[in-house]
Structures are given as C-alpha cells and as structure tokens.
Ligand binder design. Sequence first.
Ligand code: AN0
Ligand code: CP
Length: 397
Amino acid sequence: MADDGLKCVFKGQTFEAEIVRSRLEDSGIPAMIQNNSLSAVFSSYTYTAGDVTVMVNASDETAARALLADRSDTRPNVMRTFTKVQDLGDMDLALREAFEIKKERFKFSELGKNRTLLMVFFNSSLRTRLSTQKAAMNLGMNVIVLDVNQGAWKLETERGVVMDGDKSEHLLEAIPVMGCYCDVIGVRSFAHLTDKAEDYEERILNQFIKYSGKPVFSMEAATGHPLQSFADWITIEEHKTVKRPKVVMSWAPHPKSLPQAVPNSFAQWMTYVGYDVVITHPEGYELEPEFTKGARIEYDQMKAFEGADFVYAKNWSAASAEHYGQILSIDRSWTVGERQMSVTDNAYFMHCLPVRRNMIVTDDVIEGPRSLVIPEAANREISATVVLKRILEGLSD
Ligand code: AN0
Ligand code: CP
C-alpha cells in the first residue's frame, strides 16, 4: 500500500472485516486489516482498541466509504462484483437459490423495480445477451444494451496515449459516464490474445470495477466466463447420478484462435465444487495452474474419456508465455465423436456454444440423446438471475 497515511473505514468483527477487505480489494482499493490490541500505531486513530479495523490509503478513503455505503450490510451472499466462483460464497446456498429460481423465476420480480442494468458488449454474443436480459426482466429491472463497436465512439483504453488517431473517447471518461445511467453493469470483453499480461490482469473489466462506481459482473472477460460455468454446474447437478462425477474437459480443434476464458472458469469451478476433474489436450495447451489446481491433466484423450460421466468440449489457444494466443494444433482426431464417447460411462456431452460442428464435435454426438447443450444454454437464465438478484440485494437506495 502507498505511503500517504492510512484511514480506517470499517470497525467490527474479524469475519466482517474480511468481507469488507475483499470487497474493497475486488474494487481495486488496497486494504488491510489491523487488530487494535496488537498495533501500537493504532492508538492515534479515531477508532479505539478492542475491534478489528479495515484500513485504506488516505487517498482511497472517499471511494472506500462510498463503496461500503452502497451495501446495507456484510451478509456473505450479497455481491458487489461477480468475476469468479469465490464471489458466490456458500455454494450450497447458491445452488438452492438457483433451483428455487428455476421453479419460480418471477419470485423476485419486485426486487429490480426502477433499477437499471447496463450490458456493455465489446464482443458478439447470443446467449449471454438474451439470457442476462431475460434474467433482468425476471427481476423487474430495466435494461440498456450498448454494443461498443456498433454506434458508440471508438474507445482508447491506454492511459498516456496522444489521441490523434481514430479513437474519439477514452475509456476513463466513458466508464464513469456509463455508471451515471444505471445501477448495475455487465461487461463482455474478450482477451485480445496479443499481450498475456494485459489479458490476465483483466485490465478492461477492472477499470469498470474501479471507475464506474457501480456493481459490475463479467459476461465473459479476458480470463473467465463465470456465468457460463455457474450454468454448467447447475446442469451437471441436475443430471448427475453419483455424488462426485468424473468430468472431462477436452480441447478440440477450431480454425480461429480462441481465449482461455471458458476453460479457465470451467476448470476452476468444477474443481472448486469437488468433482473428479480431468483435462485433456495436446501438449502445449496447458492452462494457467491457478485455474486447474485440483484437476488431473491427461494428454491421451481416449484414456481421459474412460469412465467419464460428463464430457465438456472446448477449444482454446495456447496460454503459455512463448505461444500465447497461438493455434498449435488443428488435429481433427481430437474432434469429439462416437469413438471417444464409446469409452465413457454413457457420458453426457456439454459445450457452452457457439460450436463449430465437425471441428469440435460431430453432428451425431451433439444431436444425440446425451447432449446437454440446450439445457445448458437454458440454465444461463438461471445463473444470471441468481447473480443479479444477489447484486440487487446488496444495493442501498
Ligand atoms: C468465445 C470463446 O471461446 O471465448 C465465446 C464462448 C462463449 N467463442 C467464440 O468466439 C467462438
Ligand atoms: N455461451 C455463451 O456465452 O454464448 P454467447 O457468446 O452467445 O453469449
């Protein structure tokens, strides 16, 4: 943390302080927890001994107070941001909420009254656009959709650039302006696949979190697609017949370079909920270990598929620093077909869609009785409704 003096923005019990600290950090505000009884420095601050306090840099104090004021309390199941599985808190509760909403999807139709969702798309979408808008409508919200590349000013994203080119507006003005017109913002911004550090820092998404002044959720950002993984998880829970199914995520060929967002999130989510996760891909397609921790990597696709309960196919480009964003293989023997499915335990087939047939998966498998691609897409409405509901519950007037 910078050395411009620390200010206390919260005082309370340790567990609450932890929630407050992570909420601040998620919004790009460095924060630390201090225990008064242990800190001599502390006596000089307004808040006196006895409790745990959360400290921020003096220059962040106003932003931190505004952020904390925007949520009525520190209940763990209300959310300010949704970018990763951990944001959901108690997973059993999240799943119960998903099934409750699936049974009665208009149950919370008053919650979003006079609230506005802004969905910002830097990239194309079918499912995310429709399902998130439907979710907002289930909750009684108003919705604005902005397709940045269709009709908005071209946006500069780098600070310090002399804007004498074709970009008319800077993201640093555009974001707070967008924040003026809404209560919640969803952002879709894919990896550019040229600069790994820039993508993996989630520069665009984090700027929205930091400068919009509103709760922000990912509608697929550079390194993750949590709304998709949440829907995938609901779908698996609905179809599994054993407590801990074997879930195999398989790379498959694709003619264009695709981000790692979907496989990153899927691996992270499925290991987090404790499934038996196997990832199979040709050498060179290793994902970042922070997402695959707890999964087994098997380079032999047929071996990986043995006894699988669920097969999740997806293409992604290389994630390594040397080959970042590159296509290293277009080997069509990896296309998921009857040959691979026959060694599974009558596995269900899954894909997030959009899918290129006979590159990723054969017509027969995707059209077959074990294909879950449509129920999976349908559950996108449910995952989005849970996420928006929780964000709405965290808003104060
Ligand atoms: C995107 C991707 O692979 O990240 C979106 C998937 C939901 N897919 C394509 O661009 C084809
Ligand atoms: N699965 C998914 O996110 O699809 P879209 O890219 O169409 O939104």
